[in-house]
Design a protein around this ligand. Structure first.
Ligand SMILES: Nc1ncnc2c1ncn2[C@@H]1O[C@H](COP(=O)(O)OP(=O)(O)O)[C@@H](O)[C@H]1O
Ligand SMILES: O=C(OP(=O)(O)O)[C@H](O)COP(=O)(O)O
Length: 408
């Protein structure tokens, strides 16, 4: 059993709240979409209104990425959403960070700096070891309790997610609580069950495909996006240099062998794109798989209309559809068709569950709604939907194993 905010005496308590506000970032390096911030407003408002002193912990992007930026603009946006001042502290566990946390009054909120600015936070540890990292040892003494509301990151065994609840009393926030309620019952959802795996996080998607096919949870896995391109290559299709180079640059080349192994083991249950869309003369141009490779500069940016018709037919018989990752580069209107139509078709299925930060933002910008549940998490939702435990949830369940050092 996990304790929730109902079990916490909040007044006067300094609460470290791990949220997932990892969001799209604009060309100016600031927040471009606040959906994930909005999701946490209930938890943060409740803690503040109940007299808590709130220090927000979160990551943004991955080292090396264009979206690996400070949380300053997130703090500004949170201040508007929470209708109260929210300071940003430009470190996470330094003397200055501890000082700022200790200076909080009841009802005050601040945002500490991007946890991933510190290399340990981008590594995976078991909880005991995570509790010995600089981040946790440095910050925990300034906190009384830890609240994890970051469902979307709960599949990561990183210090801010599994280390703090090992040394502090841990509680699930409202987002975490409701996601666990909805997604914890996958084995009971109507069959046949179809998993649609698109987007760009290929290793996560292949893990999920293995797991759900091995466990008999999925009747079909439909592939799209970069994931679809990897499966096409694994199936011996030449998707062209532009798409292959992209996969190579992302470090996903080994995933092709894993996809090939999956096709050997479960090929009958895995659907591959039958055509793709590339940009030719400034416009969308569809090519059947037999007509590949495309020109040198032409990347496969979306699934084509034959694939869509094929996938829509499969969805007609589904009882449950679980979708993660856009079917194409939805940010460009010419390549948004696959995502718009495929996700649109999924809303007709009896139970439709969607996961993924980019996926949720794609659906909003494309105006597609009507799903049974849109999760705040992508990889985390998928992992739950494979009936696998989430490390951050397990750490909350296990509770503190030892006392944190006393505050000085
Ligand atoms: N064929 C493709 N080629 C390149 N990028 C793609 C393709 N299909 C989808 N994408 C990109 O995948 C990104 C989202 O993937 P991902 O991060 O896995 O989604 P989520 O956050 O929903 O889990 C989007 O930025 C989209 O442009
Ligand atoms: O956006 C996230 O995951 P998601 O893309 O699977 O929804 C989380 O913030 C986790 O980020 P990560 O996949 O860089 O560890």
């Amino acid at each position: 059993m996990i304790d929730t905010l109902d079990d916490l005496d909040v007044e006067g308590t300094t609460v470290g709240v791990r949220v997932d506000i990892n969001s799209p970032i604009g060309d100016d390096g600031t927040l471009a979409d606040d959906a994930r911030l909005r999701a946490h407003v209930d938890t943060l408002s409740e803690l503040l209104e109940r007299g808590g002193r709130v220090a927000v912990l979160a990551h943004q992007g991955r080292p090396g990425g264009d979206d690996f930026v400070s949380l300053e603009s997130h703090a500004e946006r949170l201040s508007k959403l929470l209708e109260r001042p929210v300071d940003h502290v430009d470190t996470t566990f330094s003397d200055a960070a501890r000082e700022a946390v200790r200076n909080l009054e009841n009802g005050d909120c601040l945002v500490l700096e991007n946890t991933r600015f510190y290399s340990e936070e981008y590594m995976e540890f078991d909880p005991e070891r995570a509790a010995e990292t600089h981040l946790v040892e440095g910050l925990a003494p300034a906190l009384d309790v830890y609240v994890n509301d970051a469902f979307a990151a709960a599949h990561r065994s990183q210090p801010s997610l599994v280390g703090f609840p090992t040394v502090l009393p841990g509680y699930a926030g409202r987002v975490m609580e409701s996601e666990l309620d909805v997604l914890g019952t996958i084995e009971e959802t109507p069959e046949p069950r179809i998993y649609v795996l698109g987007g760009a996080k290929v290793p996560d998607s292949i893990d999920v495909a293995w797991s759900v096919l091995e466990k008999g949870l999925a009747d079909h896995v439909l592939t799209a996006g970069v994931v679809g391109n990897v499966f096409l290559i694994a199936d011996g299709v030449d998707v062209g240099d532009a798409s292959s180079d992209f996969i190579y640059d992302q470090g996903y080349w080994d995933e092709i062998d894993r996809a090939a192994d999956l096709l050997d083991a479960y090929g009958d249950s895995i659907a591959l794109p039958r055509d793709v869309a590339v940009e030719r003369d400034g416009e969308r141009h569809e090519l059947g798989v037999n007509a590949l490779p495309p020109g040198d500069e032409e990347a496969a940016m979306d699934i084509g209309s034959s694939t869509l018709a094929y996938y829509e037919r499969l969805l007609e018989d589904a009882g449950t559809v679980i979708l993660n990752g856009p079917a194409g580069v939805f940010e460009e209107e010419a390549f948004a068709t696959g995502t718009r139509q495929l996700y649109g078709a999924a809303t007709d299925v009896e139970m439709s569950i969607v996961g993924g930060g980019d996926t949720a933002s794609a659906l909003r910008s494309l105006g597609v709604d009507g799903f049974t549940h849109v999760s705040t998490g992508g990889g985390a939702a998928l992992r739950m939907l494979t009936a696998e435990p989430l490390p951050a949830v397990t750490a909350l369940e296990d509770g503190p194993k030892r006392q944190q050092p006393a505050d000085d």
